[in-house]
Design a protein around this ligand. Structure first.
Ligand code: MN
Length: 718
């Protein structure tokens, strides 16, 4: 820990006329007061106020602010102790210390009305003297730097409060470095995984570009020399949290140097800044749409700078900010620049924002606000640039990230409201659910019982809460649907072997594949992880002993017209069945492949007549089952599939596989693989299916099931 003299010499570096007596008295007073006190980390408590003072010294603040920092934790909220500070250090410092103490005692992020009340106190105390807030921010910064010593729960609470209130406040005050450091310290606590992944990538990119940064600085300096401008050129790493926020907003990856590094030219005069810009643009091509002149049009927090991005070395993007020394002070220190020293004198920075005017701009228009909540939301609105605030029909305020939709809004009220959402009115007008909400809009969610989340909703929402709720619901719905369909398949498969489905049998089968309940095995069936035949095999393995499964391999040997000794095999592209006209294509050494006469593949052989064989089905064909498939477009309605399965069963055909593909909202496409005797059998089945009232379309599918999975529709049930 610094001793009194060391601290004073730090101040003297920028303020040789500093009141040494005041600082050393404050130092002794604080040291005595905190004697015997320790922080959670185990270090001496007095170290903390000294570190806070050092943060403010770095911002070159006046004696009163530094003394306040040293004393900021010495006053319990009593008249007695504040009077003692007044007696020892005068009215000015007593007021500052009292203000900081009151701020510290505010529980800003608690309760609704209490929060508003406290927030107003914060603004009011700020408006008395903004230096109170400067000390408070420095206090919070040091506490965040040492937050790892606290229990996890307290870390989260502090980090949330800092991210919500103090970091944006620092930003509003123009204190960019303070804001960035606060945000990054919160980011470590609130989302360590995200920060780690950013850091890993960051270091990789940095390693790749390690030589590039000094080279780019040299390049820029060379150009500045040509136009005889003296300036400081800096390369600056971007902070993980600001990279993260940009990624979140733009949904882009970060791959470029300009994503992690920015360059800064600090000039001696405004004229030099524009000359430097000209030199940079003359040497390198400017990226369109990236030039901004915040010197002729400063931001409301006093920020002044020229921004541009150029294609530098090897066409790499280089982001450059150009500004004067004074402008840079304001850009880094914000309102603190108002109290800055230069050459031992309080320095009047022409660009610094007058603190009183700044506070007025924050509180303007809210003087008469009767409703505290309204006041709070107005102030928050002003502060949070990355948030939107919308209203429920009853006037409640809902805070959402910028870019959120009515669905986010619905889910942030209640999961039930989100799940049942069918539409939305924004400011009294019906709009699509993917509409991005804007500040101050009033949002009404229209719900209907029985409505369930759609899978595409996931792409319409921004908040994690909505995303996970939608995923959960869709997963649940899909499982329910799988179980319903699985039950139909199970019933059908059991009937084929003249058995009845029992709960006991299903549980037995479930256990054999490492699941627990009958629902689990039905879901596996319905989800096409398991076929009906697999299920029967699990329960009655003895049925299949010594028997190969009646699987259709396409092997048929005895076609009429085959050369003696040759083997025939039905082609998988068209899967002909008995009764259809067929053609054999002989392949040297590989037997004969049997195609249906209208198979597309035959075109490839038209030129090679010698390979064509005119074949007929053997007489006894039709007693075995031939594998074929159907595509049925079926109404999404309870019992509809069961009816189709029964229809097929009545025709004495075996279903060997069923897959479900979602087409339109109300219909499924169902792929049914079955075994039929011949073409007549198949046509009878098709006719029966088409006659069903719930069927929109039904047709034979020539290809096999492996090809079928290549169809574009994903399996989606909702
Ligand atoms: Mn403190």
């Amino acid at each position: 820990m610094l001793n009194s003299n060391e601290l004073i010499s730090l101040i003297k570096d920028y303020n040789p006329n500093c009141n040494e007596d005041l600082i050393s008295r404050a130092y002794e007073y604080g040291k005595n007061f905190h004697d015997g006190q320790f922080r959670v980390s185990g270090e001496k408590y007095f170290n903390h106020p000294i570190e806070v003072a050092k943060i403010l010294i770095r911002q070159k603040l006046d004696d009163a602010t530094i003394a306040t920092a040293i004393l900021h934790d010495t006053v319990e909220d009593t008249d007695l102790s504040i009077n003692e500070v007044k007696k020892n250090f005068g009215n000015d410092i007593a007021l500052l210390v009292d203000g900081v103490t009151k701020l510290t005692n505010l529980q800003i992020s608690s309760g609704e009305t209490k929060q508003a009340e406290n927030f107003r106190k914060l603004i009011v105390s700020m408006s008395k003297d903004l230096r109170i807030l400067l000390v408070k921010l420095a206090d919070r910064l040091h506490n965040m730097r040492t937050i790892k010593a606290l229990p996890a729960e307290k870390q989260l609470r502090k980090a949330n409060e800092t991210m919500e209130i103090f970091a944006p406040l620092a930003g509003r005050m123009g204190m960019q470095s303070m804001r960035e450091e606060l945000e990054d310290l919160c980011f470590r606590v609130l989302n360590p995984e995200a920060r780690n992944s950013i850091m890993r990538r960051f270091l990789k990119l940095k390693n790749v570009n390690v030589d590039l940064v000094p080279k780019i600085i040299q390049d820029i300096q060379k150009e500045l020399q040509k136009v005889a401008i003296k300036a400081t050129v800096l390369g600056r790493e971007k902070k993980p949290y600001s990279i993260w926020r940009k990624l979140e907003e733009k949904k882009e990856s970060f791959t470029r140097l300009s994503d992690i590094f920015a360059f800064r030219i600090i000039t001696r005069s405004e004229g030099d800044a524009y000359t430097a810009l000209g030199a940079v643009h003359q040497r390198w091509r400017a990226v369109p749409g990236r030039f901004k002149d915040y010197i002729s049009q400063p931001k409301s927090n006093g920020y002044r700078s020229l921004h541009t991005t150029v294609l530098g070395r090897d066409g790499k993007r280089v982001e450059v900010q150009i500004r004067t020394i004074e402008m840079n002070e304001v850009a880094e220190g914000g309102v603190a620049a108002h109290w800055s020293f230069r050459d031992g004198e309080l320095f009047e920075n022409p660009f610094a924002v007058d603190p009183l005017a700044w506070v007025r701009s924050l509180t303007d228009g809210f003087e008469g606000a009767e409703n505290l909540n309204e006041f709070l939301e107005h102030v928050k609105l002003e502060m949070y640039n990355d948030k939107v605030f919308c209203f429920t029909p009853t006037g409640e305020v809902i805070k959402l990230p910028r870019g959120a939709t009515p669905l986010d809004f619905a889910y942030s009220i209640h999961t039930r409201i989100g799940d049942h959402c069918v539409g939305t009115e924004v400011d009294g007008k019906r709009v699509p659910l993917y509409t991005r909400l804007r500040n101050g809009q009033s949002v009404k969610i229209i719900t209907a019982k029985g409505q369930r989340p759609q899978i595409n909703w996931e792409n319409m929402v921004l908040t994690g809460r909505a995303k996970s709720a939608i995923r959960r619901s869709v997963r649940y719905d899909r499982r329910m649907e799988d179980i319903r369909l699985g039950r139909e398949i199970a019933r059908n498969s059991f009937e084929k072997v003249n058995k009845k489905v029992t709960e006991q049998a299903l549980v037995t089968a479930a256990k054999k594949i490492g699941e627990k309940t009958s629902d689990d095995i039905l879901a596996a069936l319905g989800g096409a992880e398991l076929t009906g035949m697999d299920l029967i095999k699990l329960i009655y393995p003895e049925m299949f002993k010594g028997k190969s499964l009646p699987e259709n391999t396409g092997e048929v040997t005895s076609f009429v017209g085959l050369p003696s000794g040759a083997k025939g095999k039905t082609a998988l592209c068209c899967r002909p069945i008995p009764g259809e006209r067929i053609v054999g294509i002989s392949r040297k050494g590989k037997g004969v492949l049997i195609h249906a006469i209208d198979c597309e593949q035959l075109k490839d052989f038209e030129a090679k007549n010698e390979n064509w064989l005119d074949l007929r089905w053997p007489k006894n064909s039709g007693s075995d089952g031939y594998s074929t498939s159907l595509l049925v477009t079926l109404l999404n309605k309870a019992g509809a599939l069961g009816k189709i399965c029964s229809l097929i069963g009545e025709q004495k055909a075996n279903i060997t596989d069923i897959k479900f593909f979602k087409d339109r909202a109300d219909y499924y496409i169902i792929y049914i693989e079955l075994e039929v005797r011949n073409i007549e059998h198949l046509m009878n089945i098709l006719a029966a299916i088409i006659a069903d009232e719930d069927v929109a379309e039904a047709s034979r599918y020539r290809g096999n099931k492996h090809e079928f999975t290549l169809l574009p529709s994903p399996i989606v049930k909702s």
